[in-house]
Design a protein around this ligand. Structure first.
Ligand code: EPZ
Length: 415
C-alpha cells in the first residue's frame, strides 16, 4: 500500500492525540503478571499493538477487544515461548521476556532481528538478567531463560536503555527480592508502566528518575488502566503544523512530556500555548533553521529526530541535527533529497540546508519515524508525493489519514 499526498497544504483545526505506543507495549506485556483480568483503555489501534495482542493470545491469554477498551485475561496462559516470526515482526516484543520470566520463571524467545534503525542489540537486557539470577543460554538463534528465583541485586545500566529498564522491572515484580536499577531510563512511558504495575499491587518506586526500586510481591490483583497520551504523535502533529505554516489545537495530550520539542519549535519561530491536556501551535511564516542533539529523556527525543528533519527541509538557513542514541537513524535522508531537500550526512550529524520548496515524487518509507518525515515533506512539497512501504508508518500512528484529512491535508491510500 502507498500514501498519495498532494502538497502544498496548510494544516488547521483540532487533533485528538491517541494513547502512547511506547507505553502500551510494556503495559500489555505486564498484563501477563497478574494471572487475572486487566482492562486497558486508550490503547491506540496500531499495528504494533495488534501484533502484541496476537502474541498474548498465542501464549494462551484471552483477549477481548471492545469499542474503547481491551480486556486481557491471563489466567489460562500456559506458554512461555515467543514465536520467532512475531519476534522478528516486532523487535520490542523482547519486552515480553521480562514479564514471562516474571510469571513462569522461564522464557524462550528469539534474538530480535537488527531493526531498520540499527542493530538495537539486547546485550544490556541479557547481562542484567544474569545479575538478578536468570540463567541464559543461546542456541540456534533462540534465547532460553530459566531462573529458580529472582535475586536481590543492584544493577547499573551502562546506558539508560528504555527496554532494559522495563524488562528488569517486569522480571522482578513477582519475587521475594529487592531490585535497584541505577542509571535507569527516565522516559514517561516507564512512569506509566510503574503506575499500572502498582495499581495491580506491585511495589515499584522511582520511575521517572535514574534510580528505580522494585520490592517483589507474592500476588497481583485485577486492574483497569488508561494509557498515557502519545508524546511522539503529539510532537509529530506539532511538526506537521510548523512545516505547513498552519495552526492546530492538540487535545488529550500532556505538554510536560515534550518540553524540549516545544522549546525547539518556539526557537524555530512557532507560537505555542498550552494548558494541562491541550497544546495550541501557530506557525505563521517560514521556519528558522535550528540545531538539535538527541539525548535520553529528558533531552530531545531520538524519535523526533527524523520528524524534525522532514520539518526543517524548507526552513530559512542551515540546521544541524545530531543523533546520539541510534547508530543508523538517517535512512530517510536519501528519500528527502530525492524530493529536492539538501541534506548532507557527516557521521552522526545531518546538515540540512533549507530550500524554498520541495517537489513531490515517488519515495519509500524506511522505518516508522523516517516514514512520517516523508509525509511531512509530502505536505509541504509542490505536486504529488507517493510513499511506499507505509506499513512502517501504520505501526505507530492511529488513523493517520483520517486525522490529517480532517485538518486540511490531501492524503489517501492506494495500492
Ligand atoms: C524504546 O526503544 C522505544 N521503543 C524507541 O521508540 C525509542 O527510540 C527508544 O526507546 C529510545 O527512547 C519502545 O518503547 C517500544 P533503548 P528501545 O533500549 O527500548 C542501545 C519508536 O520509534 N541498546 O533505549 O529499544 C540501542 O541499540 C521507537 O517508537 C544496546 O546497545 O531503546 C540504542 O542505540 C524506535 N543494548 C540505544 O541503546 C541493549 O541491550 C537506545 O535503546 C539495548 C539498547
Amino acid at each position: 500500500m502507498k500514501y498519495k499526498l498532494k502538497g502544498v497544504k496548510k494544516l488547521e483545526g483540532i487533533v485528538n492525540i491517541s494513547g502512547s505506543k511506547n507505553a502500551s507495549l510494556p503495559i500489555l506485556a505486564a498484563t501477563i503478571l497478574n494471572g487475572k483480568k486487566a482492562t486497558i483503555y486508550n490503547l491506540p489501534d496500531i499495528k504494533d499493538v495488534k501484533t502484541t495482542l496476537k502474541i498474548l493470545e498465542l501464549l494462551g491469554c484471552k483477549v477481548d477487544k471492545k469499542k474503547n477498551k481491551v480486556i486481557i485475561d491471563s489466567s489460562n496462559m500456559d506458554k512461555y515461548t515467543v514465536p520467532h516470526d512475531l519476534m522478528r515482526e516486532l523487535r520490542s516484543s523482547v519486552i515480553l521476556a521480562g514479564s514471562i520470566i516474571g510469571r513462569f520463571k522461564r522464557a524462550i524467545f528469539s534474538y530480535p532481528g537488527g531493526c531498520e534503525i540499527g542493530a538495537r542489540p539486547i546485550d544490556l537486557h541479557i547481562e542484567n538478567f544474569k545479575k538478578i539470577g536468570i540463567n541464559i543460554e543461546e542456541n540456534a538463534g533462540y534465547i532460553v531463560c530459566n531462573c529458580d528465583k529472582i535475586k536481590t541485586a543492584e544493577v547499573h545500566l551502562e546506558f539508560p536503555s528504555v527496554g532494559a529498564t522495563e524488562n528488569l522491572i517486569l522480571a522482578s515484580i513477582l519475587s521475594d527480592a529487592e531490585l535497584t536499577i541505577t542509571n535507569a531510563a527516565m522516559e514517561p512511558e516507564i512512569v506509566d508502566l510503574q503506575e499500572f504495575l502498582n495499581r495491580m499491587g506491585a511495589k515499584v518506586y522511582g520511575a521517572g528518575t535514574n534510580c528505580i526500586k522494585v520490592v517483589g510481591v507474592k500476588r497481583l490483583k485485577e486492574v483497569s488502566y488508561t494509557i498515557m497520551p502519545d508524546r511522539i504523535e503529539t510532537g509529530t502533529f506539532l511538526a506537521m503544523c510548523a512545516a505547513t505554516s498552519g495552526n492546530l489545537e492538540l487535545k488529550n495530550t500532556n505538554y510536560n512530556h515534550i518540553i524540549p520539542v516545544l522549546d525547539k519549535l518556539e526557537e524555530a519561530g512557532c507560537k505555542i500555548e498550552k494548558d494541562k491536556n491541550n497544546i495550541y501551535i501557530e506557525a505563521k511564516k517560514r521556519l528558522r533553521a535550528i540545531d538539535i542533539k538527541t539525548l535520553p529523556y529528558p533531552g530531545f527525543p531520538t524519535d523526533m529526530q527524523s520528524i524534525f528533519l522532514g520539518m526543517l527541509c524548507n526552513a530559512k538557513g542551515t540546521s544541524v541535527i545530531t543523533e546520539n542514541i541510534f547508530e543508523n537513524r538517517f535512512k530517510c535522508v536519501p528519500e528527502l533529497n530525492r524530493m529536492g531537500a539538501k541534506i548532507k550526512i557527516e557521521g552522526n550529524t545531518a546538515i540540512v540546508k533549507g530550500v524554498r520548496r520541495l517537489t513531490g515524487t515517488e519515495v519509500r518509507a524506511t522505518d516508522l519515524r523516517g516514514g512520517i518525515a516523508l509525509v511531512i515533506a509530502g505536505l509541504t512539497a509542490n505536486g504529488y508525493t507517493k510513499i511506499e512501504n507505509i506499513g512502517f508508518i501504520e505501526r505507530g500512528y492511529e488513523k493517520l489519514e483520517t486525522k490529517l484529512t480532517k485538518i486540511g491535508a490531501s492524503i489517501y491510500k492506494e495500492r
